[in-house]
Design a protein around this ligand. Structure first.
Ligand code: 4AD
Ligand code: MG
Length: 442
C-alpha cells in the first residue's frame, strides 16, 4: 500500500473542496475519496468527497495522458486519490464547482468488497461497520449537527459568564439510581464511572457562582430502548441563588438557543436528513408548564394506568406532548419517584421542586433538573431513607454545613437532544461510536 501523498509531491496548491470558490480559473490538487465513477468511453466522471464537500471531476480521454485514463479505470468506491485540474464554476454541479482533470494519482486502493454499498443494509450490519458507515453523507451530516450543538452549548454559557468545570469520571460517591459501572481502584475499594457531574458541580457553584460541566456519563442500565445509551454526554449547569423557576427559565432559553443555532447554520444538513422543521421553528415562545399531578390526570384520561407516585414512562411522556406543539415542562414530581438531592416542595411536601423537559414529536425527556435540597438535616434524612452510604456523602453534606445556599441545576442529554433536532428514530446514530447494552465494538 502506498502512503498518503506528502504535500511536497504536489506541484499545485492543494485545496479543500469547500474552499474551491477561491480558486476558480486556477489549477489545484484536491485529495479525498471516491464516491462514484461513470464513463462514456470518451469522457469520465469521478465524484469525490474530502469531508468538506463533494466534487465532480471530469476527465476527457483525448486530453489526459494515457496512464491517467488507465488510473481512472482502477478507481473503486472509497479509493483515496489526489486529483489535479482547473476549477470551473458550474451552477449545476454539486457544490457549484467542477474540476477539469489534468492529473490523477491513486493514494490508496479500496478493494471491491467495501462493506457499505449503495443499497439497504440492516442496522446491526451498519453498526458493526460503524467505522466505515460514518463516511456516508447522512452520518456526516449528523456529526456536523452534533458539532454545531456542542459549540452552541459553549457559546450560550460563555455569553452568560458561566465557568466551565470538568468533574471526575472515576468517582467514589454516586449520583443517580440507575446501574453503575464499577472497577477496582487500588487500595481504595470500588470506583464507579460517573453517572452525573452534578454533585461536584454543586461544590463548584458555591465557589464560582454559575458553572456548567460537559462530559461523558455512564449508566449500566439494562434498557434496550431507542433513547438509552450506556455512555452518553451530558451538559450540567449548576447555579447559585437560582430557584426552580429560574432554573426552568434558563432551560427554556438554552433549548431555544440550541434549536435556533441548528436551524440557522445547519439547514443543508437538516435537509439532507429530510427533517421537517415546522415543529422546530415553533420552539420560540414560552414552553408549557404542567404540574405532575395534572400530567397524571391528563394521561389517565388517555388510558394510561400510571398512578400518582410513579415516574412517567416513555409512553406517558408521548401522551403528554401529543397535546402540544412545543416542549413541555412536567414539574414537581412525587419525592419517591426522584433523586434524594431534590428540594422538598414547601407547598406540597409529598413532592420535590423539579422538572423534566419533554421534547415534542414524541421524543420525551431531554432534561432533568431540580432545585437542590439545601437543608442539612432534611438532606441527611433523605440519604438515610434511600439507604445510601452516608460516609460517601460527607463532603456533599458539607456544602449545606458551611454556608448553605439556594441553588438549582439541570442535565441536558446531548444525544437525545440531537436525536430530536435531527428527527431520528434512535439515538445510536447521533454519537460516533455508540455504547449500548449489546454493543461495545467498534
Ligand atoms: O434525568 P437525569 O438522570 O438527571 C441527572 O443525571 C441529573 N444529575 C441532572 C442534573 O440535575 N444535573 O439525566 C439527565 C438527562 C436526561 O434528561 C436525558 O436527556 C439524559 O440525561 N439521559 C440519557 N441519555 C441517553 N442515555 C441514557 N441512558 C440517559 N440517561 C439520561
Ligand atoms: Mg431524568
Amino acid at each position: 500500500m502506498r502512503s498518503p501523498l506528502p504535500d511536497r509531491a504536489v506541484s499545485h496548491p492543494s485545496s479543500r473542496i469547500a474552499d474551491l470558490h477561491a480558486h476558480v480559473g486556477t489549477t489545484v490538487t484536491v485529495r479525498g475519496w471516491v464516491t462514484h465513477v461513470r464513463s462514456s468511453g470518451k469522457v469520465a466522471f469521478v465524484v469525490m468527497r474530502d469531508g468538506s464537500g463533494i466534487l465532480q471531476c471530469v476527465l476527457v480521454k483525448s486530453q489526459v495522458p494515457a496512464e491517467v485514463w488507465e488510473r481512472f479505470a482502477a478507481l473503486t468506491l472509497e479509493t483515496s486519490l489526489a486529483v489535479t485540474g482547473e476549477v470551473r464554476a458550474d451552477a449545476r454541479a454539486p457544490g457549484g464547482h467542477e474540476l477539469g482533470v489534468v492529473d490523477l494519482v491513486i493514494v490508496g486502493a479500496s478493494p471491491l468488497d467495501y462493506p457499505i454499498q449503495p443499497k439497504e443494509h440492516g442496522i446491526d450490519f451498519l453498526l458493526d461497520n460503524r467505522h466505515l458507515w460514518l463516511r456516508s453523507p447522512r452520518q456526516a451530516a449528523i456529526m456536523r449537527i452534533r458539532h454545531e450543538i456542542e459549540q452552541a452549548v459553549h457559546d450560550f454559557f460563555y455569553a452568560r459568564d458561566f465557568t466551565r468545570c470538568d468533574t471526575p469520571i472515576l468517582t467514589g460517591a454516586i449520583g443517580e439510581r440507575a446501574g453503575l459501572f464499577a472497577t477496582e481502584y487500588f487500595d481504595e475499594g470500588m470506583a464507579y464511572l460517573a453517572q452525573t457531574g452534578q454533585l461536584y458541580g454543586e461544590a463548584l457553584a458555591a465557589a464560582l457562582g454559575r458553572i456548567y460541566t460537559f462530559g461523558p456519563t455512564f449508566r449500566a442500565e439494562k434498557s434496550k430502548t431507542r433513547r438509552h445509551l450506556t455512555e452518553f454526554w451530558m451538559i450540567e449547569p449548576e447555579m447559585a441563588w437560582y430557584d426552580s423557576n429560574d432554573n426552568m427559565q434558563l432551560q427554556q432559553e438554552f433549548v431555544q438557543y440550541l434549536v435556533g443555532r441548528v436551524l440557522e447554520r445547519k439547514a443543508e444538513e437538516l435537509k439532507l436528513l429530510e427533517r421537517d422543521t415546522t415543529m422546530l421553528e415553533k420552539v420560540t415562545g414560552d414552553f408549557i408548564r404542567l404540574d405532575y399531578s395534572d400530567a397524571i390526570t391528563l394521561i389517565n384520561g388517555k388510558g394510561s394506568t400510571t398512578t400518582w407516585g410513579e415516574d412517567l414512562g416513555a409512553e406517558d411522556e408521548a401522551l403528554i406532548v401529543a397535546d402540544y406543539d412545543r416542549p413541555v415542562f412536567v414539574m414537581n414530581y412525587p419525592k419517591q419517584a426522584k433523586a434524594f438531592y431534590m428540594k422538598e416542595n414547601p407547598a406540597d411536601t409529598r413532592t420535590v421542586l423539579c422538572d423534566d423537559l419533554l421534547a415534542p414529536e414524541g421524543y420525551g425527556e431531554i432534561i432533568g433538573g431540580s432545585q437542590r435540597e439545601d437543608d442539612y438535616d432534611r438532606l441527611l434524612g433523605r440519604i438515610h431513607e434511600e439507604g445510601l452510604p452516608v460516609d460517601e456523602y460527607g463532603w456533599y453534606l458539607d456544602l449545606r454545613k458551611y454556608g448553605t445556599f439556594t441553588h438549582s441545576g439541570f442535565g441536558l442529554g446531548l444525544e437525545r437532544t440531537i436525536g430530536w433536532i435531527c428527527g431520528l428514530h434512535h439515538i445510536r446514530e447521533v454519537i460516533a461510536f455508540p455504547r449500548m447494552m449489546h454493543r461495545l465494538r467498534p
